[in-house]
Write a protein that binds this ligand. Structure first.
Ligand SMILES: C[S@@+](CC[C@H](N)C(=O)[O-])C[C@H]1O[C@@H](n2cnc3c(N)ncnc32)[C@H](O)[C@@H]1O
Ligand SMILES: [Zn+2]
Length: 307
């Protein structure tokens, strides 16, 4: 059964190797829509009318900076913690009599897929990696394709099939009540929309910067350092989700000038900081590695029965 909905007419959308087609059943004109799979292996399901700008989401520059920074292993402890948490949820489900198979997972705001690729190694059935940024999806799809993990490469064996998708979190082309879980790693959180997509008792896993995250970087950039308010968004989630666990993850970082420059490009800090402060910070790091600590918090929530 297809998990997807046509972004134009909301009919069932059927994935295929080269072109995805809707069945037109919900379309008053009963005509079909078709969406071509990009050469790199992603599918663009963001119609022009849903685009708020010409190139929405993270830019090519910030995607490339994040790719280099993450490849150096700086946030590996967060990746490992996330994978362990999701693995635990999946294992627990397999033991239940009313198991929620197939296990469909959505990584929303997946970026170039540092966390999605790690999740794809788990015992999931389908992993939808969605982001509004096309350059992010190009990177993610290229990696997924070379690892033979894209949906059309997965017909024979039963490993996780990745669906790399350009889509907006606000209008996801996914059928309601189909997902086992959603992860949002430093990405948008839409309580009602996520609630509707999840199956009964489905999970929402959220990662955010914790208090003290990159404190020495922020002290160097700003006179007034505002703290991350990690828990405020929980109030908005409360009608739809129950918090079941909260984990803290920290990583000590010794950043080279290049890694620090990448960090500044991939975070919103760089836009708000004064140019000269930014320059001073980068100069500091040329003499000896710049020491800081990354601090994250992971929330595991469960869909409530009613809202
Ligand atoms: C801080 S990045 C995190 C990326 C990735 N999860 C990671 O941690 O490496 C936030 C991501 O959310 C995406 N994004 C922003 N608004 C979005 C929206 N409305 N729908 C889908 N993705 C969105 C951006 O393009 C960006 O890739
Ligand atoms: Zn359609």
């Amino acid at each position: 059964m297809s998990l997807f909905l046509c972004p134009l007419c909301k009919s069932t959308l059927i994935p295929d190797t080269k072109t995805w087609r809707c069945d037109g059943s919900e379309n008053p004109k009963k005509t079909f829509h078709s969406f071509d799979v990009a050469r790199q292996g992603y599918i663009n399901l963001l119609p022009v009318q849903q685009k708020k700008s010409k190139a929405p989401g993270d830019s090519e520059d910030s995607i490339q900076a994040r790719k280099r920074f993450l490849a150096a292993g700086c946030y590996a402890p967060l990746q490992q913690a996330l994978v362990a948490i999701v693995a635990g949820l999946v294992d627990e489900d397999i033991k239940k009599s009313d198991a929620k198979r197939p296990i469909n997972w959505l990584d929303i705001g997946c970026g170039e897929g540092y966390y999605s690729q790690a999740l794809a190694k788990l015992n999931l059935d389908n992993l939808i990696a969605a982001d509004i940024s096309k350059p992010a999806l190009i990177e993610l799809a290229k990696k997924g394709k070379s690892a033979n993990k894209l949906w059309y490469q997965q017909k024979e064996d039963k490993k996780t099939a990745i669906f790399p998708m350009v889509a907006s979190a606000a209008q996801l082309p996914i059928k309601p009540n189909t997902l086992f879980g959603i992860s949002s790693i430093f990405s948008p959180i839409l309580p009602k929309a996520f609630f509707e997509l999840l199956k009964k008792d489905g999970y929402l896993v959220i990662a955010k910067p914790d208090q003290g995250h990159l404190a020495s970087v922020r002290q160097a950039l700003f006179e007034d350092v505002r703290e991350h308010d990690s828990d405020k968004f929980l109030q908005e989630l409360a009608p739809y989700f129950e918090l079941i666990e909260r984990f803290e993850v920290a990583a000590n970082l010794e950043l080279s000038p290049d890694a620090l420059a990448d960090l500044l490009t991939m975070t919103p800090y760089s836009y708000r900081a004064k140019i000269e402060r930014r320059q001073n910070l980068l100069t500091l790091a040329t003499n000896s590695a710049f020491v800081t600590q990354a601090r994250f918090v992971i929330f595991v929530l469960k869909k409530t029965a009613a809202n």
